[in-house]
Each structure stands twice: as C-alpha cells, then as structure tokens.
Design a protein around this ligand. Structure first.
Ligand code: F6P
Length: 515
C-alpha cells in the first residue's frame, strides 16, 4: 500500500523549495514572455489576470506537478460523483449537485421555493392581517447568514428587489431589537435559517422574533404565515412552531458555508425573485463545468489555488486579501473568511497525521477604493507579503460613467503601483514594488456572474485542500467553544482560578475574594 500523500515528501515540493530561493520579482515576471503567455484565463464574462505575480514557467510547472502528485483528481471526481469525500463525517459534498440544470428542473423543494416566492410577491400569500409582506428578517449565523446576506447585498437592484431584507446573526440582543424596531410585524416575514436548528445564537434570536410576533399579531392560525424555517431538521422546526408547509428542507451533505445554493438561499429569491436565484445557480454550474473539464494550466480555480500555495508554503505569506472594487460586494471578504478559513484552517491530514507545513492562509479584505485609505500603506511599504485578489466590473448600471471609470482606474493604479513600485527621493518615499496580485474582472455584476465568482472561490478552496491533503468540509474546531458556552450557561462554572477570574470579569460569577 502506497504511503499517504504528504506534500513535503514529493519531488515537486523540493523543486519549489529550491526555486523559492531565487523567486523572481513581480517586475521580472512582467517581462517574462513565456510566463505572460499563461497569465490570462477566461470563462464567459469572467477574466483572470495573474501577470503581476512572482512567477515563472518553472515555478508554475512545479506547482502543477505538486497538484498532480496530490489526491486532487480523485477528490475532484468524488466531488462531482457524490463520493463520501467529507471523510470525518462520512458524507458526500452536495453543493455542486444542487445547481445543475437537471436538479433545478426536478427538485421539489426548489419548486416549493419558486411557488412560495411567487405567492409572497403576488400577494397570494398575505400576513395574518391580510397585508402584503414587505420585510424579511433572516435569522441565522455563519453559512446561514454570510452567503445569503452577501448575495442579497450584491444583487439588491431597483429593477428586481421586491422586499426589504434584514439579517440578524449575533446573539447580541441589540441587533435583533434594532431590526425589529424598524419592522412592522403585520408585514414582516421571519426566516429562521439553520441547518441543524440547534445553533444557540439563532434559537435565541428566533425566540425573540417569535415573541415579537405573538405580542403584536392576533392569536390566529394565520400568525404561522409569518414564520419560515430553512433547515435539515424539520422536526425541530415544527417543535419550534413553524408550520410544516413553511419549512424548506435541504440535505445533510450541504455544508453550512456552501449552503447559499440550497433552501438557505430562500431569502435571495424573496428579495430578488426566483429567476435571479436560478441565474445564480446556473452561474455556479458554469464554473463547475469549467473546473471539472478545463485543462489544469487553463483552469481558473486551480490557478488561484496555486498562487495561495506558492506564497503560503514557499514565500512565507501568512495572509491573503480580497479587494472588491464594488461597494455592493463589501460583504464578499467576510463570506470568503468563512468559506476559506473554516474549510482550510486545519492541521491534520485526511489520514489523521499532523501537518508540519502551513495550510489555510488568514483571509481578509475590504472594498476598494476604501482600503486605499485604510491598510494599503502596509501593503505598499510594510514588511508583510500579502498576495491580493482585486475584483472589478467593466460596467455598472447603478453607478455613473465618471464614477465607475474612477473606480476602474484606481484598481489599475493600485495593481501597477504594488507591482512596479517606484524609487523615492529617500527611503521613506521608496516603493519596492514586487507586491503580487491577481485581477478578476467581470463584465457586470449579474446573478450569473456572481454565481461564477462564488463557485470560483469554492473550487479554489477545494484545490488547496487537495494539495494540503486536508478535509475542507468538516469544522470540528468550532465545537469546543459551543460546548463551553453551553456549560457556562448551565452554571457549570467550576474552573481553575485564572478562568474563574475571567468568569468574574465577564460578570458570570462573583467569587468571594480572599481578604
Ligand atoms: O461555525 C460553525 C457552524 O456550524 C457553521 O459551519 C455553520 O454555517 C454555522 O455554525 C451555523 O450553523 P446552522 O446553520 O446549523 O445554524
């Protein structure tokens, strides 16, 4: 039986390590015609430009060799065939399955989502006081919040938005109290989004919202029309008081951070219409087909993943930033934080061996041009190597020509300044340059293009997990915190003195102090 894949033990890893000793600057790579021929990829209206990187053909081929030595091909086949590639939970991974045209056509839950959305929009389904629904309060956290919230913000458009969406995630009661104060209970739909229907924050907020409805609406069976649940745990939702016909289920093999394509996306359809949600799904599917079939050197998710591996494992980068030059994508970095860091923040291989190599990078970001006035100083003249992904759009019908041109020229100026640098009059004004970045451009921010963009990053994360030989689809690291919070909640507060002092400090206890 062959040894399990361990990246540092491969010839490719040793080759890359040697190449990293004399890694070319970005400026050198920009004049490397052989590498530049590989640096522009495209799928439909999405282009990826990786010409501003510390790359060469030898490095690129070394990274491809590392990928080919990894279990990538087998795992990718398993992703699309329904294989149980989520090893530690013994599950398949279903987010690509639920965005195929066949699935979209045939799935009964999607049909129910379409019908429910149309009933709410047409007024066929009204509130307990026979008024049309105007507001949605989506109560969920993590993947039950970040994905739908990011998509709703990105696709909020005067031509398609029909309801006002509010998102509540934190157990901090000020958040839900503020949102509910802004809503009229008679026209508000409460959407409880929770895969497990056990998440402490979501249940606390759901109870607050339920009490708000009960206090404000007549006690009639029609009050149940204000409560919807999106979950794999339908029985728990019924116990909570959600009417069975207002529960939209989805399968266990849909991971939380991969769930916006499932029933968790109901709020997207309610805000922007089912057609918008369907176009998003089809955009994701288009990227799936590309990822599955494109030769690796021309494979967009693969190219992004190889960049993260090169900088993270061979050039010492600890973090990577995503800078969308589009204010409607201001939540995209937060969405990517969960997608990337909850998938790749692992230090045990698929076979259970500790990794003595770096895996997931710290992912962060903010929109441009705002970031230029916040942290770009560090990126230009700081001591950290931070590979960047710039995201831009060729046109924006919600902007104006002068403003959108200014946005695009700032994007180009930053990529150029970071890459080329410029000698300064003195060392304080010197720009070393050679700061790497990828540029992703889409013709416009449409549902289809957003679907492609999200799936691009999902498959980038997947590819990194294969190279690092880790499971991208579990998240055991979030359980201990939840268990301790529940123990503290139960009053199980027997802790060592230092922790006891912490509990005193956060006012959970008042320990008698020794005189
Ligand atoms: O952060 C841990 C986590 O389990 C995420 O993976 C998930 O998206 C989130 O909590 C919410 O879980 P649920 O949708 O079950 O409420």
């Amino acid at each position: 039986m062959s040894e399990p894949f361990y990246p540092p033990n491969t010839p490719a890893w040793q080759t890359l390590k040697a190449l990293s000793e004399q890694a070319p600057s970005v400026q050198t790579a920009m004049n490397d015609t052989e590498w530049q021929r590989k640096a522009h990829l495209q799928l439909n209206e999405l282009t990826l430009n990786v010409s501003h990187h510390r790359m060469s053909i030898d490095i690129f081929e070394g990274l491809l060799a590392l990928l080919n030595a990894s279990p990538f091909a087998t795992l990718r086949a398993g992703l699309f065939s329904g294989g149980a590639i989520n090893l530690t939970e013994g599950r398949a991974v279903g987010h690509t399955r639920i965005r195929t045209p066949d699935f979209i056509r045939a799935d009964p839950t999607l049909k129910a989502i379409r019908e429910f959305t149309q009933a709410v929009h047409s007024g066929a389904l009204k509130s307990a006081t026979d008024r049309p629904f105007k507001h949605i309060v989506n109560i969920g956290i993590g993947g039950s919040d970040l994905g739908p919230k990011m998509v709703c913000q990105a696709l909020d458009h005067p031509d398609t938005s029909q309801l006002t969406c509010h998102f509540v995630a934190n157990v901090d009661g000020a958040e839900i109290n503020t949102v509910l104060r802004r809503c009229d209970p008679e026209t508000t739909l409460i959407v409880i989004a929770s895969k497990t229907f056990t998440t402490q924050e979501t249940l606390m907020n759901a109870r607050t919202a339920r009490a708000w409805l009960q206090a404000s609406l007549p006690d009639s069976p029609k009050r149940a029309q204000h409560l919807v649940a999106l979950t794999t745990a339908a029985a728990k939702a019924v116990d909570f008081g959600v009417a069975p016909n207002q529960i939209f289920a989805f399968d266990e093999d849909i991971g939380g951070r991969y769930s916006l394509w499932s029933s968790i996306g109901l709020t997207i359809a309610l805000q922007s219409g089912f057609e918008t949600f369907e176009a998003l799904l089809l955009g994701g599917h288009a990227m799936d087909q590309h990822f599955s079939n494109a030769p690796l050197p021309q494979n967009l998710p693969v190219m992004l993943a190889l960049m993260s591996v090169w900088y993270g494992n061979f050039l010492g980068a600890q973090s990577q930033a995503v800078i969308p030059y589009c204010e409607r994508l201001s939540l995209f970095p937060s969405f990517l934080q969960q997608l990337d860091m909850e998938s790749l923040g692992k230090s045990t291989t698929r076979e259970g061996r500790s990794t003595d190599y770096q895996t997931g990078l710290i992912t962060w970001g903010q929109t441009g041009t705002n970031g230029q006035h916040a942290f770009f100083q560090l990126l230009h003249q700081g001591t950290h190597l931070v590979p960047l992904d710039f995201i831009g759009f060729g046109e924006d019908s919600l902007s104006s020509e002068p403003a959108h041109r200014a946005l695009r020229l700032n994007l180009a100026a930053q990529v150029t300044a970071l890459a080329q640098g410029q000698p300064g009059a003195d060392s304080h004004r010197d720009y070393a340059g050679s700061k790497p970045s990828s540029v992703i451009m889409l013709d416009a921010l449409t549902p289809f293009n957003l679907g492609m963009l999200i799936a691009l990053y999902e498959h980038k994360v997947f590819t990194c997990s294969a190279i690092w030989n880790i499971n991208a689809f579990d998240q055991w690291g979030v359980e201990l915190g939840k268990a301790l919070a529940n123990a503290f909640d139960r009053g199980d507060l027997e802790q060592p003195p230092v922790t006891q002092a912490l509990l005193d400090q956060v006012r959970l206890t008042q320990t008698e102090q020794d005189p």
